[in-house]
Design a protein around this ligand. Structure first.
Ligand SMILES: CCCCCCCC/C=C\C=C\CC(=O)SCCNC(=O)CCNC(=O)[C@H](O)C(C)(C)COP(=O)(O)OP(=O)(O)OC[C@H]1O[C@@H](n2cnc3c(N)ncnc32)[C@H](O)[C@@H]1OP(=O)(O)O
Length: 284
């Protein structure tokens, strides 16, 4: 098992594969022939809210990209305003018990797949990225964002405790003090603020430019031995991954207990309604 992983890393070469897409089309994969880099696009209309199916699709696509020995993975969205609106609140409001359990397990799987991904990963954040959207962006090793967007973990603003993997992501990206404050205050940052604190690495004016920047980032590894690169990344992340595995089951039970709490349900109902009301107001 270990040997085949080593071999696959040693013989990794630019992919000749053109494009792969998952059957459901909630995500699409395009592999650039020249660079061998795979672009994984979130494609769940209207706002890439992460439901069970999208998370399942994402997991399959990440695996497909790894198995096809792409040189890197770029995560982006087909929506030109929203990268991802985070977890689908409809999965948590008056939840179906089995689906809610599955939702969290799939979210944990996606986080794990990206956090421990052998490939270099980058996020072209071409729109809003609250909560779960921020999770997907910050689990990557590099981020570039478009102007006039917002990103952050707003969970505490909604009365939700951010799970430990949000903390791991932020501690990888931000100084500890900034990470703790922004997570505990549920801060949402404008693109400009995100750049200033280092939450994103660069700001560009179009999605095309964002994809180019991500490609350039992945290209910085071109002359580095892929096995050495991958193992160095795993070494940095090993303690987080170990803690995640230890707490995974407890984290799932905490989530289920949390969303099934009557006060949480009431809050979720009000919040969902306010999001819908916003649209009604816009239409007036
Ligand atoms: C100690 C350990 C304890 C562990 C406990 C763990 C507990 C953790 C529990 C939960 C964790 C949750 C993490 C999350 O990800 S929660 C989701 C947070 N997301 C948000 O708050 C985003 C809210 N949405 C927005 O801000 C905007 O919609 C935006 C993404 C900026 C897009 O704006 P716009 O383009 O203007 O689109 P609309 O606002 O008009 O939205 C279009 C329709 O989509 C509906 N909507 C929006 N967001 C969501 C969502 N996240 N889920 C489901 N539906 C959503 C919105 O109501 C509109 O619907 P409709 O067309 O019917 O009016």
């Amino acid at each position: 098992m270990m040997r085949s992983k080593f071999l696959s890393l040693l013989i990794r070469a630019p992919s000749v594969c053109r494009s792969m897409s998952t059957a459901t089309k909630l995500t699409t994969i395009d592999v650039n022939d020249k660079t061998g880099i795979a672009t994984l696009t979130l494609n769940r209309s209207p706002i890439n809210a992460l439901n069970v199916e999208l998370l399942q699709d994402l997991n399959e696509s990440i695996k497909e990209i790894e198995d096809n020995k792409s040189r890197g993975l770029i995560l982006t969205s087909s929506n030109d305003k929203v990268f991802s609106a985070g977890l689908d609140l409809n999965e948590m409001y008056r939840p179906d018990k089995d689906r809610a359990r599955l939702l969290w397990i799939k979210l944990q799987d996606v986080w794990l797949a990206l956090y421990s991904c052998d490939l270099p990963t980058a996020a072209a954040i071409n729109g809003y990225a609250p909560a779960g959207g921020c999770l997907l962006a910050t689990v990557c090793e590099y981020r570039v964002m478009l102007p006039k967007c917002r990103i952050g973990f707003n969970e505490t603003q909604l009365g939700i405790v951010p799970p430990i993997f949000c903390m791991f992501n932020f501690l990888n990206v931000l100084p500890r003090r900034v990470a703790e404050r922004s997570l505990s205050q549920g801060q949402m940052f404008t693109t400009e603020q995100a750049l200033q604190i280092g939450l994103v690495d660069d700001v560009v004016s179009s999605k095309g430019e964002a994809l180019d920047k991500c490609t350039k980032f992945i290209d910085t590894f071109a002359k580095v031995n892929p096995l050495a690169r991958s193992l160095a990344k795993q070494q940095f992340r090993a303690a987080d991954l170990q803690r995640f595995q230890t707490e995974r089951a407890k984290d799932l039970e905490s989530f289920l207990a949390f969303i099934n709490h009557p006060q949480m349900q009431e809050g979720l109902g009000i919040y969902l309604n306010s999001l819908k009301k916003k649209q009604q107001l816009n239409a007036v």
